[in-house]
Design a protein around this ligand. Structure first.
Ligand code: NOJ
Ligand code: CA
Length: 556
């Protein structure tokens, strides 16, 4: 037994997500890479975050932008080398940033040697038993083994051609057909993935973001899905592919492993965060019981409409659920899978969540100014909350989604697999603008970018905002500094009754003055208490709290 670490850095950490393809390109091929990231890390130290999480950079044919891994222990040449990731981790640590990496345990790439061996070895082999191969239904076996859909559209099964040229078994892929699901009942799979975790822990990473954490265990027998449909990334209640009880055994084993790399008495816990689209909050909280993961993403705020009652409800439900198991809540507004919140919030409140999975040039366009105003209010609200927060690259610039990308430029497999119905996730993955007047807005040394950057991204470039009073970048820096100074992530929250359309709470801490947070979601200004000191406000004006504005007040 290791003594519980009193500090546990992850309990209130602010973690910044880097999507390696799109953050910084060092060699001008238009794709972001590890040396590019390392060179730009000072931006994050300066911003004031505690950790970075890197989306996958492993060897991969990039059919799902790296979430299709062909070698879990190597770096794709597109992004660099193992020496480059070592350098990145070392530089991060030098700058006081912890480094988390993505682990993709639900499926591999079809180019993974195991899957290639499974294809070659044929039905009934040990090689096939690492994946979910099944005979088809119907007289000729030409119907998929069950009715499960792929989250990217179409059926979740593809049929292989056996070595002798005959149509053969089917394999399960909850995502793209190039992403075969592992069979986690096979101990070989479990051992291999534990070894992959060890590999990265030995290289010095501080933890893992666990992809599709709710999907690894499937219901025995792979029974049909009753409703006949699943929503993108969301766990339909009782669906046989999501949130099965056996999944928790996996994370118990992993926790023992990460604990064995967490030196007692030093604040150096290795931590894990589950990406699990599980509802309700109480089911999700099971992933963060004290012998499982440390954190889980809480997608509640990300999917909630911009309405005070909804926000209050999702905040208190998610805090209550994790409190039951002693884990910190987490807050996420954006990531690489959804339309950026500065854009979602630019639609009428109930419409934003519906627009989550991609916007095209011929869709209704958002009110950009309104979206930014709300995005600033939203982040000030979430960064005040107890627990840990995740930021998605570019949100510190107030970056909107690229909502007018030409469809020919799209690369997310969702667009093709959905038969051109769901635009998909390219709009939030466009390369970041660093310097307004440089090629590719400073993303790299050439004009090339793997997705086209909208011309208006120049206005959001880092160099247009650094040191500029009232800019979104400076707002983030201020919020993060104050959050740290006042240890807001560790405080106790008490709700205030401040009107139907205002979210209000106080944050108390022993030995420090109480901080009051108000977010005005009404159309009317709200009078602020006269005797309180304004720590920060998001519309940068004097007088009452404007609509769509958040303020942090320090009570005297
Ligand atoms: C969730 C990841 O965030 C997403 O980008 C990916 O496509 C799926 N998991 C499949 O790995
Ligand atoms: Ca590059």
């Amino acid at each position: 037994m290791t003594a519980p670490n009193r500090d546990q850095w992850w309990r209130d950490a602010v973690i910044y997500q880097i999507y390696p393809r799109s953050w910084a390109d060092s060699n001008g091929d238009g794709i972001g890479d590890l040396p590019g990231i390392t060179a730009r890390l000072p931006h994050l130290a300066d911003l004031g975050v505690d950790a970075v999480w890197l989306s996958p950079f492993y060897t991969s044919p990039q059919k799902d932008a790296g979430y299709d891994v062909a070698d879990y222990r190597d770096v794709d040449p597109l992004f660099g080398t193992l020496a480059d990731i070592d350098a990145l981790i070392a530089r991060g640590h030098e700058l006081g940033l912890r480094v988390l990496v993505d682990v993709v345990p639900n499926h591999s790439s079809d180019q993974h040697p195991w899957f290639q061996a499974a294809l070659a070895a044929g039905p009934g082999s040990r090689e096939r038993a690492r994946y979910l191969f099944r005979p088809g239904k119907g007289r000729f076996g030409d119907k998929p083994p069950n009715n499960w859909p792929s989250l990217f559209g179409g059926p979740a099964w593809d049929r292989v051609t056996e070595a002798d040229g005959t149509p053969g078994e089917w394999y399960l892929h909850l995502f793209d057909s190039s992403q075969p699901d592992f069979d986690w009942t096979n101990p070989e799979v479990a051992d291999e993935m534990a070894d992959v975790l060890r590999f990265w822990l030995e290289r010095g990473v501080d933890g893992f973001r666990v992809d599709v954490a709710h999907g690894l265990a499937k219901k025995p027998g792979l029974p049909d899905l009753e409703e006949g449909s699943v929503e993108m990334l969301s766990a339909t209640a009782n669906a046989p592919m999501w949130d099965q009880p056996a999944v928790h055994d996996i994370y118990r084993r992993w926790r023992t492993l990460t604990d064995s790399y967490s030196p007692p008495g030093r604040d150096e816990d290795k931590m894990m965060c589950a990406e699990a689209w599980v509802v309700p909050a109480t089911a999700l909280a099971k992933y963060v019981r004290s012998d499982e993961m440390h954190q889980c993403f809480n997608f509640g705020i990300l999917t909630a409409p911009w309405r005070a009652s909804d926000l209050r409800e999702v905040i208190s439900d998610s805090m209550d659920a994790v409190a039951e198991v002693g884990a910190p809540p987490t807050w996420v507004l954006s990531n690489h899978d959804v339309v950026r919140h500065a854009t979602r919030l630019g639609y009428p409140p109930a419409e934003g969540p519906e627009r989550m999975f991609g916007i095209g040039a011929d869709d209704p366009q958002p009110d950009v100014a309104l979206g930014l105003r709300r995005a600033r209010a939203a982040v000030a609200l979430t960064l005040a909350l107890p627990g840990s927060a995740y930021l998605y690259q570019g949100e510190e610039l107030g970056l909107p989604d690229a909502t007018r990308l030409p469809d020919e430029a799209r690369q997310d497999p969702t667009w093709e697999r959905s038969g051109h119905v769901i635009r998909g996730r390219d709009g939030c993955r466009v390369p970041i603008p660093w310097e307004a007047d440089r090629p590719a807005f400073g993303f790299g040394p050439s004009e090339d970018t793997w997705l086209p950057q909208p011309p208006e991204y120049a206005d959001y470039a880092v160099d247009r905002q650094r040191g500029v009073e009232g800019s979104t970048l400076e707002l983030y820096r201020t919020l993060l500094r104050l959050r740290k100074d006042h240890r807001l992530g560790r405080r106790t929250l008490t709700w205030l009754e401040v009107g139907e359309d205002v979210v209000g709470f106080e944050l108390a801490a022993e030995g420090d003055r109480t901080v009051r947070v108000l977010t005005n979601l009404s159309a009317e200004p709200v009078i602020l208490p006269a005797d309180a000191e304004v720590l920060v406000r998001t519309r940068h004006e004097d007088g009452p709290l404007a609509p769509d504005e958040t303020v942090w007040l320090r009570l005297r």
